[in-house]
Design a protein around this ligand. Structure first.
Ligand code: AMP
Ligand code: MN
Ligand code: MN
Ligand code: MN
Length: 277
């Protein structure tokens, strides 16, 4: 059997629902052998996850999913196994977390102006290390103001909706070099989810590689075979390795199953080969 690997997961330090130790316990149940915790813009959960992995005999990698901009579009870059104590890396993350807190506070104001209880809606988000729109979406559901997380995004939180506020995240090249300078491996997260034409996606991947990127996420939970083929072609063209992950956030979302996804396509170097494991 293929080794069970999951290099893209979220805990409650960002917008996941499980504590890092609970996430690891679930990974152990699912026989995951190699696990990275990649919360949005924070590594706060990594020590707890590392200790839990040690107890369960799981190989652990610290990680992060950095939010950044490429030509004004929001892009996510996974950093695998950086030195999470490196001062410039810590500074980068804390700057983004500051932007996140400011953004959520502004979104709460917008929601208040639209007649919703902004302060109550943002309380949980602002208590998290990395406050996100997902927290606001769950609060909208909990207060009976939206019927589902998706409905909350569609009605209030998506770009163009009343609660939306943009943020000036760091540039893609800055995020990639921050990961590389901390000794980490940079992976372009879920490239098939960006609303980009083939040509523009190719440009993005080219610039990501030129900035020091090492891999593309190819084997994601639920990815359509045609999307995986498109990404595999890009990975081969730019000599990028393929990464594997679920983007797990919570047990209640069966389409992002911890430790369960398609295997890497043929002739793709596994990212593990570039991690020095
Ligand atoms: P933020 O990084 O604060 O913009 O929050 C975005 C987070 O919300 C993402 O990391 C996803 O986990 C989640 N998310 C984004 N868009 C949607 C959507 N349309 N439906 C459900 N969850 C979403
Ligand atoms: Mn998320
Ligand atoms: Mn992402
Ligand atoms: Mn993610």
């Amino acid at each position: 059997m293929e080794p069970r690997i999951d290099l893209h997961t979220h805990s409650h330090c960002s917008d996941g629902v499980l504590a890092p130790a609970a996430l690891v316990a679930l990974a152990a149940q699912r026989q995951v052998e190699l696990l990275a915790l990649t919360d949005h813009d924070t590594t706060l959960g990594c020590e707890e996850a590392r200790a839990a992995c040690q107890a369960h005999g799981i190989h652990f990698l610290p990680g992060v999913e950095l939010t950044c901009l490429w030509h004004g579009r929001e892009i996510h870059v996974i950093g695998l196994n950086p030195d999470i104590a490196q001062p410039l890396f810590i500074e980068h993350c804390s700057n983004v977390l500051q932007l996140r807190r400011q953004r959520i506070a502004r979104m709460a104001q917008r929601l208040s102006q639209a007649g919703l209880p902004g302060a109550a809606l943002s309380a949980e988000a602002l208590a998290a290390a990395a406050p996100t729109r997902a927290h606001l979406a769950r609060a909208l559901c909990a207060l009976g103001l939206a019927s589902s997380v998706q409905a909350a995004f569609d009605r209030w939180l998506k770009r163009g909706q009343p609660g939306y506020v943009a943020s000036q995240w760091p540039e893609l090249a800055t995020a990639v070099s921050c990961i590389v300078a901390a000794g980490g491996t940079a992976v372009l997260a879920h490239p098939h989810r960006y609303p980009l034409s083939n040509g523009v996606l190719r440009e993005l991947v080219g610039e990501f590689k030129a900035a020091g990127g090492a891999g593309l996420e190819v084997s994601l939970a639920g990815i359509a075979p045609s999307a995986a083929d498109r990404l595999a072609t890009l990975a081969r063209r730019f000599d990028l390795a393929g990464s594997i992950g679920s983007d797990f956030h919570e047990p209640g979302l069966p389409w992002r199953p911890l430790g369960r996804f398609a295997k890497l396509p043929d002739r793709i170097t596994p990212i593990m080969d570039r991690l020095g494991l």
